[in-house]
Design a protein around this ligand. Structure first.
Ligand SMILES: Cc1ncc(COP(=O)(O)O)c(C=O)c1O
Length: 408
């Protein structure tokens, strides 16, 4: 497998040559990533050349509409699904609220759903509110020490009443990658649909959702080097079954059924830049010439390889410290490079100390209140979270490790 050319990667992100950011090592990527150049270029082009109502028969408008369609088609192809199975909404949280509304109408009192206490609130709270409608909400619980979800525990709470199982591809504080295919197979065998929050996973390589198998897969483009959009794969069978949440006359178009508002045209168009970026990385590293899904898989593995190599020393450096409790596994190959540490003091003030060492990180609960609570973390202190991606360099990791030595 080829190794990632980090200099090439960084040349694709204007933030790395931005004078005001020099010397600042960015470790809050799980909150939102830097934006890649192809996305910025498309956004600028849209706003300067195509900022008109799309899909009308004059050139600027035709090009605007074509670029929006291109974004959907190319991103869907990378993820192994049909173009109309991908839709864009304002954020993942808003997307789950719309989806929960659709399930609210489709489900009957006495039906059940499964949620976890590992999820970010976005894939938890909207579903739990279905209890107001007489839907039974069952919680698939993490191990309070490791933060892991055990698929066997899911099997134990499934029965014919369960219509939907919601869980994260990986949590934004625990970081462990859940076996989506295995869990999906268990849920499907019990007759339930599956909704996966991929927000914390997708920045580390777009997954092939078609192969993974869930019925819904959500991620946020502002964390995958793109614009501020929530991206939502809804497989056709489920999308056609759930009641339309958009205007009644748009109900025949799958990608409009769960996005009631007029979308952000420029940002959708600019999302094609994420596909450009995948192609650029693939080409530069001599990856497959054809097949969007194959190129996506190649780039996914390239990113993961780089991240795992950089992550293991970070985990080794923090796992046995008295002053810090590492949340989640210390095996880099099993987790995303999103590392939360519970400290015996306020995490936000430690993040402030890191800032004086040129390390940009955050402290708090990151809307992962339930998992932190379940793991016995003092929410008043919160956790320090350092998160990186494939564009992070070895030098920045060294800067982080030195800074952690100084402040912990
Ligand atoms: C794992 C996870 N899920 C969901 C969300 C919510 O995404 P959005 O900000 O697009 O609503 C976040 C945001 O941080 C997240 O980390």
């Amino acid at each position: 497998m080829s190794t990632l050319d980090i200099n090439f990667v960084r040349s694709q992100f204007p933030a790395f040559s931005e004078p005001s950011l020099q010397g600042q090592a960015f470790f809050e990527n799980a909150g939102g990533s830097y934006t890649c150049k192809p996305v910025l270029d498309r956004l600028t082009r849209y706003y300067t050349q195509r900022k008109v109502q799309p899909y009308a028969p004059y050139d600027a408008s035709r090009l605007a509409g074509e670029e929006m369609d291109e974004a959907r088609a190319r991103m869907a192809a990378i993820m192994g699904v049909d173009a109309d199975e991908l839709s864009f909404g304002p954020s993942t949280t808003q997307n789950t609220y719309v989806l929960a509304q659709a399930f609210r109408q489709w489900m009957q009192p006495g039906d059940a759903i499964v949620v976890t206490n590992q999820d970010h609130e976005a894939n938890s709270g909207p579903w739990r509110r279905l209890a107001d409608e007489g839907i039974e909400v069952r919680e698939w619980q993490i191990d309070p020490e490791s933060g892991s979800l055990n698929p066997q525990d899911l099997e134990d709470i499934l029965d014919e009443k369960v219509r939907l199982v919601c869980f994260p591809h990986c949590s934004n504080v625990v970081g462990e990658i859940n076996p989506v295919t295995e869990i999906t197979a268990i849920a499907h065998a019990a007759g339930a649909f599956v909704c996966v929050d991929g927000v914390s996973y997708a920045p580390h390589g777009f997954p092939n959702v078609g192969d993974l198998g869930p019925d819904i897969y959500l991620f946020s483009a502002y964390k995958t080097y793109g614009p501020h959009q929530g991206c939502m794969v809804i497989r056709r069978a489920l999308g056609e079954l759930l009641p339309n949440q958009g205007h009644y006359f748009n109900g025949d178009v799958l990608y409009q059924r769960f996005t009631p508002a007029g979308p952000d045209h420029a940002q959708i168009a600019a999302s094609a830049g994420m596909a450009d970026y995948v192609d650029l990385l693939c080409e530069h590293h001599d990856g497959p010439g054809t097949g969007a899904a194959a190129r996506g898989a190649f780039v996914h593995d390239l990113m993961r390889g780089h991240e795992i190599a950089l992550l293991q020393p970070v985990l080794d450096a923090v796992k046995d410290r008295n002053a810090a409790r590492l949340i989640g596994t210390s095996d880099a190959s099993r987790r995303a490079p999103t590392v939360a540490l519970a400290l015996n003091r306020n995490a936000e003030s430690v993040a402030a100390s890191l800032a004086s060492h040129g390390v940009m990180a955050g402290g708090g609960d990151f809307y992962a209140v339930r998992p932190l609570q379940a793991m016995g973390v003092d929410l008043g202190q919160g956790v320090l979270r350092v998160s990186f991606t494939h564009y992070t360099s070895k030098r920045e990791i060294d800067q982080l490790l030195n800074a952690l030595d100084a402040v912990l």
